[in-house]
Design a protein around this ligand. Structure first.
Ligand code: MRU
Length: 334
């Protein structure tokens, strides 16, 4: 991804391995500061996932793959490393997919080589998602996105932002409505930062303004996903469900962009997806400044499940599928 460092465009990825350590763009600090968090063991990687130094389903999968690689190289108790990494966040399927992949492939390929391959493959899949998804974007379109499903969430390129980046590269004019995405502000802090770095025109909108723009201005919605059930129901950042309902009400196509590693074919429908609930402080405070009265309680589910009837299609590295066609992927033996 293009990042502006000291006024100069620089190519960076969100997660990388160098000299035995794993480095992350610290997403807690953006957009104010570009800081790097470096981990030298799996426990520090587990911390980074739990505390959202690194976030977004494919990126936390890559982080977990590197965590397993460090545990293997450092001859740690692998059962314990697996258990600690699996316990970091429950919703994103990629986390579990990546750990399973490392257990299978790490010993044969070599631990660090395997984690690097896993990460390079994710980025390559994102590029294919971008090329596939760009066909659904017309010159002059306005697109709404929720949360951050960009390069920060996938190491590079993104899922929902990939078709937007590729459409722009193809010379199409695009405008992006960026939901701010309370309470963690993945939209206003991260997606807007990525789009600014890429000079892609956009506007941040309050989450509760999305209905207004879906009724009047938006040509399509593209979001990422954390876990997709076998019938196409999917979990994504809290607030996705209501955007999908309002999009359908207004005849706006609603696309989900995700790699196959996000699909969980063992779950028949969305009711089987575990939803993470995080700290109340994220809701009663705004960037660590308390806005609710002292002693107020809050609820903070950080994902919701959108039923597949609201999904126009799911864009993957293997093509585009309607929810009813997902069975084809499952039958390929995944
Ligand atoms: O809590 P987060 O920030 O990890 O949630 C991320 C999302 O919900 C993203 O939309 C999803 O992981 C897709 S990222 C390509």
């Amino acid at each position: 991804m293009r990042v502006i460092v000291d006024g100069k465009p620089t190519e960076m990825v969100a997660v990388w391995h160098e000299a035995g350590k794993i480095h992350f763009i610290d997403q807690r600090k953006l957009p104010d500061k570009l800081e790097i968090y470096s981990a030298s063991g799996y426990a520090e990687i587990a911390f980074a996932i739990r505390e959202m130094v690194v976030r977004g389903a494919p990126a936390i999968g890559c982080a977990a793959a590197y965590g397993m690689a460090l545990a293997m190289v450092q001859k740690e108790d692998l059962g314990k490393a697996e258990q600690v990494l699996r316990a970091t966040r429950p919703t994103a399927n990629d986390l579990f997919y990546a750990i399973n992949w490392m257990v299978e492939m790490g010993p044969g390929l070599g631990p660090m080589e395997a984690a690097e391959k896993y990460t390079e493959d994710i980025v390559a899949k994102c590029r294919r998602i971008g090329e596939e998804g760009a066909r659904f974007i017309k010159d002059g379109d306005s697109i709404l996105t929720h949360c951050n499903a960009g390069a920060l969430a996938t190491v590079d390129i993104g899922t929902a932002l990939a078709p937007i980046r590729i459409a722009r590269d193809q010379g199409k004019k695009v405008f992006v409505y960026v939901d701010e995405t309370r309470p963690w502000l993945q939209g206003s802090r991260l997606t807007a930062w990525e789009l600014t770095n890429e000079s892609i025109p956009h506007a941040i909108i309050a989450d509760n303004a999305a209905g207004h723009f879906l009724k009047n201005d938006v040509d399509s919605v593209i979001v990422g996903a954390d876990r997709i059930a076998a019938n196409g129901d999917f979990a994504n950042k809290i607030g996705t469900y209501e955007k999908a309902v309002v999009a359908k009400e207004n005849g706006v196509p609603f696309y989900v962009a995700a790699p196959i590693s996000t699909f969980d074919f063992s779950i028949g429908n969305g009711s089987g997806i575990k939803i993470e609930e995080r700290k109340e402080e994220e809701v009663v405070s705004f960037r660590e400044v308390r806005v609710a009265g002292k002693g107020e309680r809050a609820r903070n589910p950080v994902f919701d499940v959108t039923p597949s009837r609201y999904v126009t299609s799911i864009i993957t590295e293997e093509g585009t599928f309607s929810p009813g066609e997902i069975g084809q992927l499952a039958r390929k033996g995944r």
